[in-house]
Design a protein around this ligand. Structure first.
Ligand SMILES: *Cc1c(COP(=O)(O)O)cnc(C)c1O
Length: 853
């Protein structure tokens, strides 16, 4: 038939509950279960079918379902409560930030990341990095930080994973309709849509800017899929991590450069810039360009940028760090670096990494480290690993001195703790536990929860999970063409009374998803024990280009279909945040066995631990800090291995031994009430210790105090009076650079050290230091004592030397004493490092280090 035109009719939202529309446009509801329950109560089937997307839900819901709830008093009462919580959340003035930094009137904290995992219905994330960024933004909103975030609006998101009947991973993409997402075009001061113009390979690329509200925080998203662009540039924002190297560099140029321009267009003037992972590092090139426009030279611009830039590195796997061949950077930036006032060499030095094979690469991580005054890893161990991995960026430094600190990752508690447990906490912790997430006293009340109550809820969550996995497996096997009889068999999968272990994460090879299958015979005995059986549930995507990762999936799939493992090993397809919530709250135990020390932090175990799903994990990432002997189990030892085969063997045996000897007996040590008191005790210890520390409220307070605020203060100082301090500081640094190599140090230890010395004995040191053109105020002379284990430096302590007199022109005498506090082997020396009153911390310019010749 021919039509004049087409229209879509949607139900009319009754006035009485019209606030649902407003709520649907702010992701606040993603961490408010009472709100989600409203949608579920209107039409549960539709709510599931839309993948919990309120925007689509309101388009598709029936008029009848809406009219029905409007006549339901209990629904309306709950609606009113939710709507008023929403309103008061948005208007709240008494936030943590406002009460901690009362007179703050500087700009926003600008946060850049290539992916954000905010909710399953908004698929602009792939895994842990995105979920962490999503949790970071939600928490910035909760704590009232002046915060703004920048990312991409991907037309096709990350891939949808399907497994075929042989266990091969298929990747599917959906072309999303942005009107199904709670995003709106960002508007300028004339209320016009915003388009940003930039050049990539000398071609004009236009970027449309979108905005989504995450509670009180705006997240700006970049989109090049618009008519004005060449077809190939329209693809730039199609897929997350979807393209080749060329695509990746273009996307990173877009994120960094268009991202900065975007914030300028919406009138944001950030006081600190946070690069979450190296993908965002180009943003600081654009900032250098801006400073050059204001008249600063290249070196001054670099100092201006460093003063208030933060960089968080997320991966200790060298291959996981983006780097581009120098010739590629040349092609993309050869018209750009002159706008920075930089020479070619100066430009390349910002990111140059000469590999062992002699290749010259431009490393996004080095670029980020060099342009950030403050950098961090994401757990204590990862901080240490990162200092080792990147020490070549600071010549003359021992790894222990490399200025990369750490802030251990957490998760957003209200997003990740199941609704049922949250209700239980309301009853037993305190009514305002959500505002005191990092208070261990609140969490100590978990001990007051009766075993029976917590177990009843745990069992309910477990049966929710089993129902969920039935649905998922049915869909999969129906697609594979199984018969109705075969499909009915699926109901037998998953037993609520069996110890259930979950393993779900990206299938990167270092995560060793198949480690537990190393000894299949032994595993078979464990899983199929008549009285104390165990079941395993796996899920996770492998990157479409990661063939070894896909092989792991296939292997697990094949094992899961072996008759001897029937219904005992299950692999689910298309792991996402929704499935993650079911798993981390529904399993009894959460298994994680990465090849230490490759897991920067890991966060899924934190989600599990908060829900009382007990961690059984390698002592890597967050678990080294989290494990206390009573709140879960550790796989292997607190050490690293050179021999990977040996490491696999030791770790897998550790898994079997502990399952057989401790974990399974504890789980099945049940009373006549049907549960094990000993097990529940570990659950409670897990909830207490994991919830009180590994949450993003604690994490963001740490970021604020350790990184954001110091950077904000420094930036403000540096930029005041038309960049007076930046200019002074740069000038001083240039003098230092010119003269540094002429520094000469002659040091004499007055105390006899030819024999062993006693701990605590004072040792005197004299030094004559020649400082041509520098002067003693610009340096700190220090004695350093390095503690050695196996000839390796494990820690360094320093003691300042005091100026005694100028012996002759430019030659100064210094004196000092030190003592050794602990027995052991030490190396000591004297050295000179830079010192300037505006250096925010001692290690700020650690590329200036001079030792005696
Ligand atoms: C939490 C989460 C992750 C991160 O898992 P780890 O491997 O523990 O870092 C990845 N994907 C999804 C969907 C998640 O929810």
């Amino acid at each position: 038939m021919k039509f004049l035109n087409k229209v879509t009719a949607v139900a009319k939202l009754p006035e009485r509950i019209s606030g649902l529309k407003e709520i649907s446009k702010n992701l606040w509801w993603t961490w408010n279960y009472d709100c989600q329950t409203l949608f579920e109560d209107i039409d549960k089937v539709l709510w599931e079918k839309t993948n919990h997307n309120p925007v689509i839900f309101l388009k598709q819901v029936n008029q009848k379902s809406l009219d029905k709830v409007v006549s339901n008093d209990s629904f309306l009462e709950r609606y009113d409560n939710v709507f008023s919580s929403f309103k008061s959340y948005l208007q709240e003035k008494n936030t943590w930030f406002n009460s901690t930094h009362k007179n703050y009137n500087d700009g926003e904290i600008a946060y850049f990341c290539a992916e954000y995992g905010l909710h399953e219905s908004f698929p602009i994330y792939s895994g842990g990095l995105g979920v962490l960024a999503g949790d970071h933004v939600k928490t910035a909103s909760d704590l009232g930080l002046p915060f703004v975030a920048v990312g991409f609006l991907y037309k096709e998101g990350y891939f949808i994973q399907k497994l075929d009947s042989n266990g091969n991973q298929e990747s599917h993409y959906i072309n999303y309709d942005f009107s199904d997402f709670p995003v709106e075009p960002a508007k300028d001061e004339n209320n016009e849509d915003i388009y940003i113009e930039m050049n990539i390979l000398r071609r004009k690329v236009y970027v449309k800017l979108w905005k989504i509200d995450v509670g009180r925080v705006p997240l700006y998203l970049l989109d090049t899929d618009i008519d004005q662009n060449d077809p190939e540039d329209r693809l730039l924002t199609h897929r997350l991590y979807g393209g080749d190297h060329e695509m990746r560099i273009k996307q990173e140029i877009l994120l960094g450069i268009a991202g900065v321009k975007a914030l300028r267009r919406v009138g944001v003037n950030p006081s600190v810039w946070h690069m979450n992972e190296g993908h965002a590092a180009f943003l600081n090139l654009e900032r250098i360009r801006e400073f050059a426009e204001k008249g600063l030279n290249f070196k001054q611009s670099v100092e201006a940028v460093r003063s208030n830039s933060i960089f968080t590195t997320h991966t200790p796997v060298p291959a996981g760090n983006d780097a581009f061949p120098v010739h590629m950077i040349e092609r993309y930036f050869n018209y750009y670096w002159e706008n920075l006032g930089a020479s070619r060499d100066e430009f390349f030095n910002l990111g140059l990494e000469i590999r062992e094979d002699g290749s010259h690469m431009f490393s996004m991580t080095i670029l980020a480290l060099k342009l950030a005054g403050r950098s961090n890893g994401v757990s204590e161990l990862h901080g240490k690993v990162s200092r080792n991995l990147w020490k070549h960026a600071w010549e003359g430094l021992e790894a222990v001195e490399v200025p990369i600190t750490h802030v251990t990752n957490g998760v957003h508690s209200e997003t990740w703790i199941s609704n049922d447990l949250q209700k239980l906490f309301d009853k037993y912790l305190s009514t305002d536990w959500r505002n005191k997430l990092d208070d261990p006293d609140i969490w100590s009340k978990v001990d007051d929860i009766p075993d029976e109550e917590i177990w009843t809820i745990h069992k309910k969550l477990k049966s929710d999970l089993i129902r969920f996995l039935h649905d998922r497996i049915k869909l999969q096997r129906a697609r594979h063409g199984e018969t109705v009889e075969q499909l009915n068999e699926i109901e037998k999968i998953g037993d609520n009374n069996i110890l259930t272990i979950g393993f779900a994460r990206r299938f990167a090879t270092y995560k060793r998803a198949t480690l537990i299958f190393k000894d299949l015979e032994r595993l078979e005995k464990i899983l199929n024990d008549e009285e104390k059986p165990v079941q395993l549930i796996f899920a996770g995507k492998a990157h479409p280009a990661d063939k070894p990762g896909q092989e792991l999936i296939k292997r697990i799939y094949e094992i899961s279909r072996m008759p001897k493992f029937k219904n005992k090993i299950i692999i689910l397809e298309n792991y996402d945040m929704n499935m993650a919530r079911y798993l981390v709250s529904g399993v009894d135990m959460w298994l994680n066995n990465p090849r230490r020390p490759h897991e920067a932090s890991g966060t899924s175990g934190e989600k599990a631990g908060m829900n009382g799903a007990i961690n059984f994990s390698v002592l890597d990432g967050w678990w080294v800090e989290g494990f206390d002997g009573n709140n879960g189990w550790a796989i292997g030892d607190n050490r690293d291995y050179e021999d990977l085969e040996l490491q696999d063997k030791i770790d897998s045996v550790s898994i079997y031994n502990q399952l057989e000897n401790e974990i399974i007996p504890k789980y099945y040590n049940t009373s006549d009430k049907g549960y094990s008191h000993d097990w529940i005790e570990v659950m409670k210890n897990s909830i207490k210790t994991v919830s009180s520390f590994f949450n993003t409220h604690r994490m963001l307070k740490e970021y604020t105090q350790k990184l954001y605020m110091p950077a904000i203060v420094q930036g403000k100082n540096f930029y005041s009076n038309d960049f007076e301090i930046v200019k002074d500081f740069t000038y001083w640094k240039e003098i230092l650079e010119r003269n540094w190599n002429s520094i000469k140090i002659k040091a004499v230890v007055d105390t006899d050290l030819s024999e062993e010395i006693a701990v605590g004995k004072e040792i005197n040191v004299n030094a004559e230091i020649y400082l041509p053109g520098i002067g003693p105020d610009s340096i700190t002379p220090e004695i350093i004592i390095a503690r050695l284990e196996d000839e390796k430096v494990v820690s360094i302590k320093s003691f300042d030397l005091k100026l005694k007199k100028e012996i002759q022109k430019d030659l100064y005498k210094f004196e000092g004493t030190f003592e050794i506090e602990e027995r052991g082997n030490y190396g000591y020396n004297v050295r000179v490092i830079a010192n300037h009153p505006f250096m925010p911390h001692r290690n700020y310019l650690m590329n200036f280090v001079k030792y005696p010749e």
